[in-house]
Design a protein around this ligand. Structure first.
Ligand SMILES: CC(C)(COP(=O)(O)OP(=O)(O)OC[C@H]1O[C@@H](n2cnc3c(N)ncnc32)[C@H](O)[C@@H]1OP(=O)(O)O)[C@@H](O)C(=O)NCCC(=O)NCCS
Length: 160
């Protein structure tokens, strides 16, 4: 038992979702200028694509954005995930990934998919630990000079 529960995100806690990412490498590279992350998370909430892991006390341990069949209309796509700095290493990331994969199975996907930036070595190791493999890289995908690794997981595979 992880002790976390999954909840659909609400607009009233938007700033708390933003705080999950502050100080991370993806914050520094993508979100430190302006309010792009706020706008993106707001849109995700409106589309009911943003989910959070709550602690038994109701604190936000992590958030993720799931786009159903978002990869070529085939596989559920994980657009964003982050765990709160104090929750990192406590299983919140594993919990959210498990929930993401359950949603994908329930939606009929046989694989899940995500992108991870080349500089985010910790996240690449995290995904590999959970059974993801690398399909290839997209150079200059979002920002010039940064490659995105395309990672997939077969949903019938056993986790590493
Ligand atoms: C990447 C991130 C989501 C991982 O979440 P987390 O809550 O720390 O992960 P967990 O505690 O659930 O760890 C899950 C498993 O992955 C492994 N893992 C986590 N980080 C790892 C790392 N840097 N290297 C190797 N394995 C790692 C853990 O050992 C654990 O395995 P175990 O359950 O067998 O012990 C978190 O570090 C984060 O929010 N980073 C900042 C935002 C970010 O970069 N998001 C990814 C964008 S693509």
């Amino acid at each position: 038992m992880s002790g976390f529960t999954l909840s659909v995100c609400s607009i009233s806690r938007l700033e708390e979702y933003v705080d999950v990412f502050r100080g991370s490498s993806i914050w520094d590279r993508y979100f430190s200028d302006g309010n792009r992350l706020q706008r993106s998370l707001r849109k995700a909430v409106e589309r009911e694509e943003l989910w959070c892991a709550l602690t038994p006390a109701g604190k936000i341990a992590g958030v993720m954005r799931v786009v159903p069949n978002g990869f070529c209309g085939l596989y559920h796509y994980l657009s964003l995930i982050g765990t709160s700095p104090l929750a990192r290493g406590t299983g919140a990331g594993r919990f959210l990934m498990g929930e993401f994969e359950s949603m994908a199975r329930e939606g009929g996907s046989v694989r899940t998919c995500l992108l991870v930036s080349d500089f985010n070595v910790q996240a690449i190791d995290f995904y590999k630990a959970l059974g993801y493999w690398e399909l290839g890289i997209i150079p200059d995908a979002v920002k010039s000079g940064i490659s995105e690794h395309v990672m997939l997981k077969e949903l019938d595979s056993v986790e590493a």
